[in-house]
Design a protein around this ligand. Structure first.
Ligand SMILES: Cc1cc2nc3c(=O)[nH]c(=O)nc-3n(C[C@H](O)[C@H](O)[C@H](O)COP(=O)(O)OP(=O)(O)OC[C@H]3O[C@@H](n4cnc5c(N)ncnc54)[C@H](O)[C@@H]3O)c2cc1C
Length: 460
């Protein structure tokens, strides 16, 4: 064992030993998600030698497109959230990647008895949603739950469409649903100021009929990536960084950029030596990171309440046992009765720990209770479990109670100009998104290039 370790150590040294000083070692990036790839691309464009170490056997991280028969399913990210000035849209355009507009905030609503909201009910319901959101900016509460409950209690309902008690219940559960999606948490764990951190660009939302992975593939072609390298230790040895993986292989670097998900950092999966300073540890603990899962399901027949699919009206909200659920109709895209449900927070934790048939029962028993002509199980179903994924341990970050810009800024600092962090959780404005991760990787590369040019080191 010891001999093997020494041999692999010598081999690894040979791999990365360049001619002269340690400053000529490559820059190593941990993680081949979009942040790592964006960072590598920018550094390489500027003449730096870069290698990515990736634990999985594929690129993309939380962007994962799975082809089943002739259909593509995005198990992680699906949407470009707002195409105006969005760097992901620019990549998409430059590489002629096919997209479809999918503005999933065009909604219909169903009562617990399965009845569709009337136009007046929709109008009034959405009026109060906007009103509550506007009042949120003035709240002194820490949690979104306390803030929304307080605002709802203070609302003077003057309409005659809903009963006041019923409307208030609908509103609270609708906001609970908003904490689940897009914040991957529950309302009581979400900052009351979450609106500030929504992180979307303006413009249409688009998805990729042939998979989001095309985006990462298009920008990673010239980058050297070592797969199945599961990093366990990062040691700063003063004039270089030593990285050790779970096979005890050693990689030497002049600098390292750590782009692993926040869930990995929270679990202390990677050991830092010397240990991370307290402000980093505090930031890692403080920033929220939750579970968000997708369930795609195909039916033999279209859902009875979705017979008239249209691109303008594709997101159905319904209430069951007081909880609000959402179904997206993908039938136009797949040309068959295909649907997507998104779960966050506690419901998503349940999915992480359940079998497919338990998930199917959870969804279909509720649908059957509410609507007629619902089968007891789907024809096909695809379930994600990001919270149980050993290279993610969750789906994306969210602003938890007491969240502040300063907490995120800690992770944007370098440690002794040798260890850097990047990834969606390091983005101030766009956390939890693909564009946020991309920009974080890109900006970290810019920071390193600036530092290299100020110290005048020649390029390898
Ligand atoms: C279900 C779901 C739906 C989403 N929907 C959207 C959406 O529609 N639109 C949107 O903009 N965003 C969406 N997101 C968020 C988006 O996917 C992420 O914000 C973004 O992809 C994160 O990129 P990243 O590079 O920061 O991290 P990752 O993509 O997670 O990359 C980090 C990489 O590090 C690797 N790694 C982990 N541990 C180690 C280790 N020890 N050693 C080596 N490598 C390691 C991982 O395998 C991974 O490849 C969604 C996410 C999920 C999970």
């Amino acid at each position: 064992m010891l001999i093997l370790d020494i041999l692999s150590l010598i081999k690894s040294y040979k791999n990365f030993m360049l001619n002269d000083s340690d400053t000529n070692l490559p820059i190593l990036i941990i993680g081949a998600g979009i942040a790592g790839i964006a960072c590598a691309q920018k550094l390489q464009e500027n003449g730096e030698k870069v290698v990515i170490l990736e634990a999985r056997s594929r690129i993309g991280g939380r962007i994962e497109s799975k082809k089943i028969d002739s259909d593509f399913f995005d198990l992680g990210a699906s949407w470009i959230h707002g195409i105006d000035h969005n760097p992901i849209w620019e990549i998409t355009q430059k590489n002629h990647i096919e997209t479809t507009i999918f503005n999933y905030d065009h909604s219909t609503y169903f009562h617990e008895n399965g009845q569709l909201f009337s136009d007046k009910e929709v109008q009034e319901f959405e009026f109060y949603i906007d009103k509550i959101e506007n009042l949120l900016s003035q709240t002194r509460q820490l949690s979104a739950f306390d803030a929304i409950q307080e605002i709802i209690a203070s609302l003077h309902y003057s309409g005659n469409i809903f009963s006041e008690i019923y409307l208030k219940k609908l509103l609270l559960s609708f906001f609970e649903r908003m904490a689940n999606d897009p914040f991957a948490t529950n309302l009581d764990l979400l900052s009351a100021h979450y609106k500030k951190y929504e992180g979307y660009f303006q413009g249409n939302e688009v998805i990729f009929p042939k998979g989001y992975a095309q985006v990462v593939e298009s920008i990673s072609k010239t980058i050297e990536i070592k797969f199945n390298v599961d990093v366990k230790r990062i040691k700063d040895e003063n004039n270089h960084i030593k990285i050790v993986d779970f096979d005890n292989k050693i990689y030497l670097a002049s600098r390292v950029i750590v782009t692993v998900p926040l869930g990995i950092l929270k679990k202390n999966y990677i050991e830092f030596s010397p240990p991370l300073p307290n402000d980093y540890i505090h930031a890692i603990q403080k920033i929220g990171f939750g579970s968000f899962n997708k369930v795609f399901f195909e039916l033999e027949q279209p859902l009875p309440f979705r017979l008239e699919s249209s691109f303008e009206n594709i997101s159905d909200f319904y209430w069951n046992d007081g909880d609000c659920f959402n179904i997206l109709d993908l039938s136009e895209i797949y040309q068959k009765p295909m649907y997507l449900m998104l779960f966050g927070g506690e419901q998503s934790d349940f999915i992480d720990n359940s079998t497919d048939s338990e998930v199917s029962d959870f969804i279909f028993s509720r649908l059957q209770k509410q609507f007629d002509r619902i089968p007891n199980k789907p024809k096909k179903m695809i379930v994600t479990r990001w919270g149980a994924d050993p290279y993610s341990y969750g789906s994306f970050s969210f602003p938890s109670l007491n969240h502040s810009d300063d907490i995120v800024k800690v992770l944007q600092k370098s440690l002794r100009q040798r260890i850097f962090f990047a990834g969606e959780h390091c983005s101030l404005k766009y956390a939890g998104t693909v564009h946020g991760a991309y920009l974080s990787g890109y900006e970290t590369a810019q920071m390193i290039l600036k530092e290299i040019s100020s110290t005048g080191r020649s390029k390898t």
